[in-house]
Design a protein around this ligand. Structure first.
Ligand code: IMP
Length: 183
């Protein structure tokens, strides 16, 4: 699905499919350099990170492995509480592995902060974060993020894995959702 297919649902297209692919290629080149011979384990957080992991992994020239987690945060409505329940844990053991947690978006950072504390107890050789999008104005915790695709405004966005009520994940670019859709 392209933005032209749902033109009335977006107030603005932030990044097109091609812009996302170009930025991802730059990040992949950095990861190629940083992780040469390290066979990193890409940990994708379901469901949003599916597109990023699929595209990042194929843009890498080094070997990598992939694994998946599903989490749900306790909270009321749209507020994240930062307390996370693991719905699906990793199959892989992290001890001694070089782990990159791959995220679609970091908003408050509360979910990821909790997840990072959990993963760190499993004694990986290294543990880093890559996110495609970040909202600097929304962040509420200190997070050391090694790789960031784009910093975006503090607005609700959809596309490239990001959903509203389960929809829009298959939009190839990323755009700001029109308030008319959720009001
Ligand atoms: P955090 O704990 O506030 O950082 O929550 C991050 C999660 O909230 C992401 O993994 C997304 O699932 C969701 N999220 C945050 N902002 C957006 C957005 O603008 N569009 C779609 N989902 C979002």
């Amino acid at each position: 699905m392209d933005s032209a297919d749902i033109a009335n649902d977006l107030t603005e297209v932030l990044y097109t499919k091609d812009q996302i692919a170009a930025r991802l290629a730059e990040l992949a080149a950095e990861i190629d350099r940083d992780y040469a011979d390290k066979n990193p384990l890409l940990v994708g957080v379901l469901n949003g990170a599916v597109m990023v992991v699929a595209d990042l992994s194929r843009a890498l020239k080094i070997h990598c492995e992939m694994d998946w987690m599903a989490v749900s945060s306790y909270g009321s409505g749209t507020q994240t509480s930062g307390v996370v329940r693991i719905l699906k844990d990793l199959n892989a053991h992290l001890a001694g592995r070089h782990v990159i947690v791959v995220e679609d978006i970091i908003d408050t950072g509360l979910t990821l902060s909790y997840l990072m504390q959990n993963l760190a107890t499993r004694e990986p050789a290294s543990l880093q974060i890559m996110t495609m999008f970040r909202k600097p104005a929304a962040i509420q915790v200190e997070l050391d993020i090694a790789y960031v695709g784009f910093d975006i405004p503090n607005q609700f966005v959809v596309g490239y894995g990001l959903d509203y009520a389960g929809r829009y994940r298959n939009l190839t670019g990323v755009g700001i959702l029109s308030p008319a859709i959720y009001s």
